[in-house]
Design a protein around this ligand. Structure first.
Ligand code: GDP
Ligand code: IMO
Ligand code: MG
Length: 429
């Protein structure tokens, strides 16, 4: 039995959704453990595209349980809309298929308002958040004033909590941020209504997972965002407000570390980033445009153009250490086809010295210049390849360099967005 955590090793959008969908075939349950609807996970199955923001990417398989853990911040409106859309596509989303942790914190309208007003006030110094209220919701959780899924089932407590929160938020919104205030009653009515719809799904997820583990079920944990966006280990403050690293699967789902057996790090064959923040290997000229266009690098949540650059193995090596990666899944290798020369960043030059880890200081990081290893590219179409032995020699050399420099074996290679456009090297489940 092998329970696996799938995490992003870069700045998100590595293709976690596609890989989680693929691996779900061999799992019994799929669990989200952090983040919220800042995530956008795209799956292409049978030629049809699905984008999930909050529902785990295992939902397309019948008889697999999808779980939203306590570490996730949930916008109930987005969750219900996603459920509705799935029903329209004739995909089953009854409580037998989806569970929502009673301890998951809820994104409220004032969280979204605060996120947007704060970013507007910051102007050019903004983080470039998704504007979904993620940060403000996690702040309330840590501040111990958050509203949890269970509160939807206790109307008097919900009313009291919304009321006391709104007093504080409205003051802050109006006095400090110069934004519109919000009214209590419409929020309460809406959340009570949504609570009625969601209450059959609300359960103690930790207990449910414990039961599954005792019955020898296989669990797949689906990370959102990526290691470089981790609030502790990422490029702070240009990060998200949760811990996308593998260790967070335990706290965010309510299981012990001894239940995790494999950590799969998803590495896009190049680097992308949405939002602001330093990006050492960013390409602003022709090659960047080539990758952006060929890779269709637009944010799945906000539609923003993703910034593109060469593969940064300093970042990936940090992710190897921070997540304890067991193996790597390489995605979007097909996008690099056609480039004459490829570059891999193997170190940073900082004040005349080569360093191999990202410094904590943003000032120091801003002075880092990439040290590249150059490799010849390949021209052959690889989207039909299903066996690693049939990849062009130069593609194999590129993959071998990644594995050698990171010290981690590659278990999966993705050569297209479709479920079938995949080369499996090692069956990790
Ligand atoms: P996630 O947030 O990590 O799940 O990644 P996103 O879904 O936001 O972004 C990855 C994008 O690349 C999606 O549009 C996928 O359909 C697409 N994709 C995934 N793997 C591959 C691949 O190997 N090749 C190509 N061309 N596209 C891929
Ligand atoms: P998936 O799961 C890429 C980025 C935002 C912004 C920063 C903070 O699809 O990989 P937030 O709204 O979280 O406060 O924004 O984090 N960000 C992502 N970038 N993929 C994601 O998720 C992201 N989720 C948040 O662009 O820079
Ligand atoms: Mg995404």
């Amino acid at each position: 039995m092998s329970n696996t955590v799938v995490v992003g090793t870069q700045w998100g959008d590595e293709g976690k959704g596609k890989i989680v969908d693929l691996l779900t075939a061999g799992a019994d349950l799929v669990v989200r453990f952090q983040g919220g609807n800042n995530a956008g996970h795209t799956l292409v199955v049978g030629g049809r595209q699905y984008i999930f923001h909050i529902i785990p990417s295992g939902i397309l398989y019948k008889n697999k349980k999808c779980i939203i853990g306590n570490g996730v911040v949930v916008d109930p409106e987005v969750l219900l809309k996603e459920m509705e859309d799935l029903k329209k596509a004739e995909i089953d989303v009854d409580p037998g298929r989806v569970s929502l942790s009673d301890r998951a914190h809820l994104i409220m309208p004032y969280h979204r308002a605060l996120d947007l007003a704060r970013e507007a006030k910051k102007g050019k110094n903004k983080i470039g958040t998704t504007g979904r209220g993620i940060g403000p919701c996690y702040e309330d959780k840590i501040k111990r004033t958050g509203i949890r899924a269970i509160d939807l089932t206790e109307p008097d407590i919900l009313e009291e909590k919304i009321s006391s929160n709104l007093k504080e938020k409205n003051f802050y919104l109006h006095e400090f941020l110069g934004a519109e205030t919000l009214e209590m009653q419409p929020i309460l009515d809406k959340y009570l209504d949504m609570g009625e719809k969601l209450s059959p799904f609300i359960t103690d997820v930790s207990v449910e997972l414990d039961r599954a583990l005792k019955a020898d079920k296989k669990i797949l944990f689906e990370g959102a965002q990526g290691t470089q966006l981790d609030v502790d280990h990422g490029t702070y403050p240009f990060v998200t407000s949760s811990n996308p690293v593998a260790g967070a699967a335990c706290a965010g789902a309510g299981i012990g570390p001894n239940q995790l057996h494999h950590v799969l790090g998803i590495v896009k064959a190049y680097t992308t980033r949405v939002g602001a923040g330093l990006f050492v290997t960013e390409l602003e000229e022709e090659t960047g445009d080539f990758i952006q266009e060929k890779g269709k690098e637009f944010g799945a949540t906000t539609g923003r153009k993703r910034r593109c650059g060469w593969l940064d193995l300093v970042a990936v090596r940090d992710a190897v250490r921070l997540n304890g990666l067991s193996s790597i899944g390489i995605t979007k290798l097909d996008v690099l086809t056609g480039l004459k020369t490829l570059k891999i960043c193997v170190g940073y030059e900082l004040e005349g010295q080569v360093i191999y880890q990202r410094p904590a200081s943003l000032r120091q990081f801003s002075k880092c210049v990439p040290v590249y290893k150059e490799m010849p590219g390949w021209q052959e179409d690889i989207t039909q390849v299903r066996d690693a032995d049939r990849l062009p020699v130069r593609a194999m050399e590129y993959l071998e360099a990644i594995s050698e420099i990171t010290g981690v074996p590659i278990s999966i290679i993705s050569v297209g967005p479709g479920r079938e456009e995949t080369i499996i090297i090692k069956d990790i489940l």
